[in-house]
Design a protein around this ligand. Structure first.
Ligand code: SF4
Length: 340
């Protein structure tokens, strides 16, 4: 993404890239603008406004540039365009599908599984995915200040069975590097924490997020580093994403990917096979293929279990085992993901 700047007096044009923060602040946050930018007919606008009232739209330019214009069925557009279907009330689809409220021992901390905890490092995302299982999450109650983090950090200090800290959100990489470097320093000071895992969609949505500042603190931590990306469709992987993945690998990061199986977006063998191939070419291993969590507003994305299982068994015929993501569901109260 480039901007032209005229250098006064010389009539010369120099090109500078907007920072990731500028790209984020300029993201499209108005449903009508999104429809107009992509040449969608007016019929899409009322639904887009209705869905936006329930969960605000956010689409950065770097992601928008990968969406084909004049195509309401574009698989990337479908992930971000609000529709009136989000207002449908469907039995079993609830605001807290994973019952996370029952597993918050301190502000910003979720402890569901043995040996690892989740830290809500940022309440913000760089994109608002319409199927997000945290679309109703009470971020305002779970965004600790530095002093408020102390309670969560004390909890980690006091439990030697915890070996892994997972930065989550929102998107943890939406937080500033200063804040993230501080938080990681606190985690490093806890001897039994061995691994840092970061669950993020930012390297996909705004690849420029993987900049020198981030790579600096990431490369210097003693913790083993795993970044779990969230990519659902091969069209999301352009050269800028591949380059961002390479920068992360050079900083010593293990790269994995988790996808959500989404009706009308990636529920075909050809799409999933191509996704795994492109991920591996970018240095990323497919990890999980999640069925949609039953969050209110996302029922229209659900692929029934029998279809999902048939799809994955056909996928096996096209991929080597190491490129097969595991088809899983998260069931509240269980101590791990549940394979289907
Ligand atoms: S990036 Fe992740 S947390 Fe953010 S809206 Fe998308 S799915 Fe939800």
């Amino acid at each position: 993404m480039q901007e032209n700047i005229i250098i006064a007096g010389k009539h010369a044009a120099a090109q500078v890239s907007p920072s990731w923060q500028q790209q984020l602040s300029r993201a499209i946050r108005d449903p009508i603008s999104l429809c107009q930018r992509l040449g969608l007919s007016d019929q899409w606008q009322p639904g887009a406004q209705e869905g936006h009232q329930l969960f605000e739209i956010c689409v950065p330019e770097a992601y928008l540039s990968r969406i084909a214009p004049n195509n309401p069925d574009d698989p990337l557009l479908r992930q971000v365009l609000p529709t009136s279907k989000e207002a449908q009330v469907v039995s079993g689809y609830v605001v807290d599908p994973l019952e996370e409220a029952a597993h918050r021992p301190a502000k910003g901390l979720i402890h569901k599984y043995p040996g690892r905890v989740l830290l809500i490092a940022s309440p913000a995302c760089a994109i608002n995915c319409r199927y997000c299982f945290r679309r109703h999450f009470p971020y305002s109650d779970n965004s600790p200040s530095r002093s408020q983090w102390q309670e969560a950090l004390a909890y980690l200090h006091n439990d030697p069975t915890i070996h892994e800290a997972i930065l989550s959100g929102g998107d943890p990489l939406a937080a500033s590097d200063r804040q993230l470097a501080w938080l990681v320093e606190q985690l490093e000071s806890i001897p039994h924490i061995k691994r840092l895992r970061i669950h993020t969609r930012l390297p996909v949505v705004i690849p420029d997020r993987i900049d020198e500042m981030l790579l600096g603190w990431l490369a210097s931590t003693r913790l083993q580093k795993v970044v779990v990306l969230h990519i659902n469709h091969p069209n999301e992987i352009d050269q800028a994403v591949v380059d961002a993945c390479q920068r992360l690998k050079q900083a010593g990061v293990t790269l994995l990917n988790q996808s959500v199986l989404l009706k009308g977006i990636n529920d075909s063998v050809a799409t999933l096979a191509q996704l795994s191939e492109r991920l591996f070419a970018a240095g990323v291993l497919p990890y999980y293929l999640h069925v949609v969590d039953p969050v209110q507003g996302a029922a229209h994305f659900d692929v029934p279990d029998e279809e999902a299982k048939a799809l994955v068994s056909r996928l096996l015929e096209h991929l080597p085992g190491f490129l097969m993501p595991r088809l899983v569901r998260e069931v509240p109260g269980r101590t791990s993901k549940t394979p289907l």
